[in-house]
Design a protein around this ligand. Structure first.
Ligand code: ZN
Ligand code: ZN
Length: 376
């Protein structure tokens, strides 16, 4: 299962373009689609193909996969167990372009059990909440089974009648005569929409839908270490199924607010910190903000501007292994002083003299200082 070769699954080269990947995917999807291919492993292979496609078509996921493989994607919180992104990507569009729409359900009997729809909830959380996790109550709105009719769509005490147009089969036949012969076309009964029965007395509570929109507060546990765009699946909190089918799932898509000082890349946190010339030259111990609070950081003697120092284990916890954490990288910027006082100017000037520097950049100012210096 682990570390599958997506390029091999799709049958493309490592450096393939998105167009190549798309056309390879279309070709393979036609062969493997469970509606067409009845081999027992077709569905699993089709799903695998979809995952490979989804990763390789996404620049971020592809580059992560190229560098760290499938395990890298998992560490980054990419959900392999969920159904792949039909709702969010362009997959459903591609599939419907050659399966005639309504992927996976278009030709089903309307009375067959159908799984409820998956729902999506976009949730914005704080920078720190993504790092340490949180429990949050959120209000969602989904379709639940109507308790008045128990999903039957019929007002209690009454019963549906058989559709007179199709006699209960849900289908009607049209015979078309052409020069090539008779064509029999079977289509869904327009009167009952294929249900075979007519509800003349629909349930008053759900208006004959069998389900009704209900607002509900659910408690979401967001684990430590989640990142921007991660999806959490809340099982069974999508829409209620039809005809006794299982409910869909709720997908919570997380968006972390940016932090005013910290930047995050995966499990590592980046911070820039300014220090003075004196601190850079002589060394110091400075205080640095981390997500764990203030930490001390040693500035070594003679540090150069742009040096990156590391504070170990105060980064982001690894998703699913929160005891392991990334690091914080602190980029040290030596800040050139501005608006020097006369005394400071003289000291820098003296420093330049000691170092045998001939400062010519700003001759006018230099002369002025020199004059002021020799005048005392
Ligand atoms: Zn009802
Ligand atoms: Zn009918």
């Amino acid at each position: 299962m682990s570390n599958r070769d997506y390029y091999e699954i799709l049958g493309v080269e490592k450096n393939s373009s998105k167009d190549d990947i798309k056309s390879a995917f279309r070709k393979k999807a036609r062969q493997l689609h469970p509606d067409v291919n009845k081999a027992p492993d077709a569905e699993a292979k089709f799903k695998e193909l979809g995952q490979a496609y989804e990763v390789l078509m996404d620049d971020d996921k592809r580059s992560m996969y190229d560098r760290y493989g499938e395990d890298g994607l998992k560490n980054a919180g990419y959900d392999f167990n969920g159904p792949f992104d039909f709702g969010f990507g362009d997959l459903s569009e591609i599939l419907s372009s050659f399966f005639g729409g309504g992927f996976g359900g278009g030709r089903q009997n309307p009375n067959a059990p159908r799984r409820g729809s998956d729902l999506r909830l976009d949730l914005q959380i704080e920078f720190e909440e993504a790092i340490f996790g949180l429990e949050k109550d959120v209000e969602i709105s989904h379709l639940e089974n109507c308790s008045r009719c128990n999903g039957s769509r019929v007002e209690p005490g009454s019963a549906p009648s058989t559709c007179p147009t199709c006699g209960g089969s849900g289908k009607v036949q049209h015979v078309t005569q052409t020069i090539l012969g008779h064509f029999t076309q079977v289509s869904t009964c327009p009167q009952c929409q294929g249900q075979g029965r007519i509800i003349s007395n629909p349930c008053k509570e759900c208006r004959g839908e069998g389900r009704k929109e209900v607002k509900k507060v659910i408690n979401i546990k967001i684990p430590a270490g989640v990142d921007e765009g991660n999806k959490l699946r809340v099982s069974g909190e999508g829409d209620y199924g039809l005809n006794g089918g299982p409910p869909g799932d709720l997908y919570v898509v997380l968006y972390a607010k940016p932090h005013k000082a910290f930047k995050r890349d995966g499990v590592n946190i980046y911070l820039e910190k300014g220090i003075s010339f004196s601190q850079a030259a002589i060394g110091d111990i400075i205080e640095v903000e981390t997500v764990d609070g203030i930490k001390e950081l040693k500035i070594h003697v003679g540090i150069q501007s742009g040096t990156v120092l590391t504070l170990k284990n105060v980064g982001v916890p690894y998703l699913n292994t929160p005891s392991r954490r990334g690091d914080q990288f602190v980029k040290i910027n030596v800040v050139t002083p501005m608006n020097l006082s006369e005394e400071e100017k003289r000291l820098f000037e003296r420093l330049a003299e000691i170092n045998n520097e001939k400062l010519k950049k700003d001759g006018h100012l230099f002369d002025k200082i020199k004059g002021a210096f020799s005048g005392t």
